[in-house]
Design a protein around this ligand. Sequence first.
Ligand code: XMP
Length: 507
Amino acid sequence: MQEKIIILDFGSQTTQLIGRRIRELNTYCEIVPYNKFPKEDKSVKGVILSGSPFSVYDEKAFKIDLKELRGKYPILGICYGAQFIAYTSGGNVEPAGSREYGRAHLDSFDKENVLFKGLKEHTQVWMSHGDTITHIPENFKKIASTDKVEIAAYQIKNEQIWGVQFHPEVFHTEDGTQILKNFVVDVCGCKQDWSAASFIETTVAQLKEQLGNDKVVLALSGGVDSSVAAVLLNRAIGKNLACVFVDHGMLRKNEFKNVMHDYECLGLNVIGIDASKKFFSELAGVTEPEHKRKIIGKGFIDVFDEEAHKIKDVKWLAQGTIYPDCIESLSITGTVIKSHHNVGGLPEKMDLKLCEPLRLLFKDEVRRVGRELGMPEHLITRHPFPGPGLAVRILGDITPEKVRILQDADDIFIQGLRDWGLYDQVWQAGVILLPVQSVGVMGDERTYERAVALRAVTSTDAMTADWAHLPYDFLGKVSNDIINKVKGVNRVTYDISSKPPSTIEWE
Ligand code: XMP
């Protein structure tokens, strides 16, 4: 049985990061809502209590019965988690004079304590809290302080329970990973044997057992997640997996052809459907962004559904849903928000059982699994691309001619990023076709043609993003190439907005 750490989520924005860090230690962990501890699970080796937007005094604060965990598992409380353990054990938690936010240093810490093994003197930690622990009970001992926070960390004497006021999971806590490792490996005894290879081995075995001789369909998008899911399933059930790749006409230049070729080389059983005519006719004259999205979403489901039903006796629909899509996040009101499915609406429409072999993986883990499965690097490092494709990058109505212009400009930009070695430095890039025409001169003639905007961003999760600081020489070259080679464009701009307050796409 795969040993694991359970992270009880009290609603902090950094809960997912705790999970990421522990997985980086090659240790499997699961994030569950604070009140859903898996009592029956015999493979739990330790428990982490996350931070929270609440104060322990708030009426609505999330509470658990610590007795159910105490003595049974090692426990590490982080921020609110630490305050909650101290407060419910008879300690004192008070509002800090001012919110303590940002860098601090552990002026003193107990070097003998297993949690702090290998920490450097005066190590930097990251604080983000409104309340602070001002008193701990007799059976607690203080194990670290900063200049502003007297009780920055504690351990309950003779028990495997620790609390830290700072956030070891965030990047700015210099030795944060070491602290988590000390807890996970030295205290909880995890073997650090969670790897892409072990994931593939156990998942393939599980899929064989779960699916038997059943037939499965999967919608490929050309993206990393659905491609890795397909290759994994192919390894488990071979020809019983049928993949469908729908071309809605708004893919990148030559994307359909290239990706079909990649899939065939990977030995996948893929049906490619060119449905571009249907989509162009349904989108004609539509300008409202959400309306465009709806037309494409519904059209996609209809085409996929029709193809899937041509395959006899299909029992399962497989999807490349990944962990961040599934984690139930807690809103401040305490309700659990269940996230979307990858292909919105598909499972509801098709009367099939759902199979999501990547649902426990983070994005970088999906990539590692893809590499381990021998998939080509260009498929694995591919930038994210919106499901409705170039439709959300053409402002206003969509025509095949506008798509052609955008595909050509986009191809120059993306190929340029690859040629200049910049592709892997940006999270995502593309070109936007603006509903603007402006004056230019070409030779002796005046032109009145379209403007495009280049967009390239750096990000780690698309929730926030900064514009990529690409070299001027590169931007100049791409601009020249687009204006000279793409008929219909005479002006190129570069979008230097960050998210928030802007977004990555323009629509
Ligand atoms: P925004 O524009 O909200 O985009 O900053 C965040 C991420 O989501 C992608 N995106 C979409 N993906 N269907 C998708 O499948 C969509 O309608 C859609 N809109 C935005 C976007 O490319 C970025 O990665």
